[in-house]
Design a protein around this ligand. Structure first.
Ligand SMILES: [Zn+2]
Length: 151
């Protein structure tokens, strides 16, 4: 396995917008996963309004997206490509404001409760996530613990 920073950089590239739909999103997330056979998989989050199956509701003729629905989340989308007992996941959120200024800046990317449950169920080894440019977190699903580290 390469360095943590290497995979965070990779996940930040995945989070980077590549089409106009990405600009509809409130958050820019990218996740990289390492299968137990060392295959690398990845996904970014998609606009929740594009996933009409779960949780969104109509009020009059206006679609109210449910941002808590995990199916649109990069972690969950990556998890679907990972085998049980996969080695690790790296979750990055980049700042839209900083990106507009030409910089990549890390923001809090701790997986939500729904994604965390799915991660625990699949018994993923380790989940690294960005907190800020100076800190990252490590979630160990096996014992449901979180630790914070400095870059
Ligand atoms: Zn989630």
């Amino acid at each position: 396995m390469r360095s943590i920073q290497y995979y965070f950089n990779l996940a930040a590239k995945v989070a980077t917008p590549t089409n106009e739909l990405d600009y509809l999103k409130t958050y820019w997330f990218g996740t990289v996963g390492i299968r137990s056979d060392s295959t690398i998989v990845c996904a970014k989050n998609i606009p929740v309004a594009l996933e009409p199956t779960l949780g969104n509701r109509m009020v009059g003729n206006k679609l109210i997206p449910n941002h808590k629905q995990k199916i649109a989340h990069s972690e969950y989308r990556t998890l679907r490509k990972l085998n049980k007992w996969a080695t690790a996941m790296f979750v990055v959120r980049i700042s839209k404001e900083a990106y507009a200024r030409g910089n990549i800046e890390y923001k809090m990317a701790r997986p939500c409760e729904n994604c965390s449950s799915a991660i625990v169920a699949k018994e993923i080894g380790r989940v690294y996530y960005t907190i800020s440019d100076s800190q990252y977190g490590l979630f160990i699903p096996g014992n449901d613990s979180d630790s914070t580290f400095e870059f």
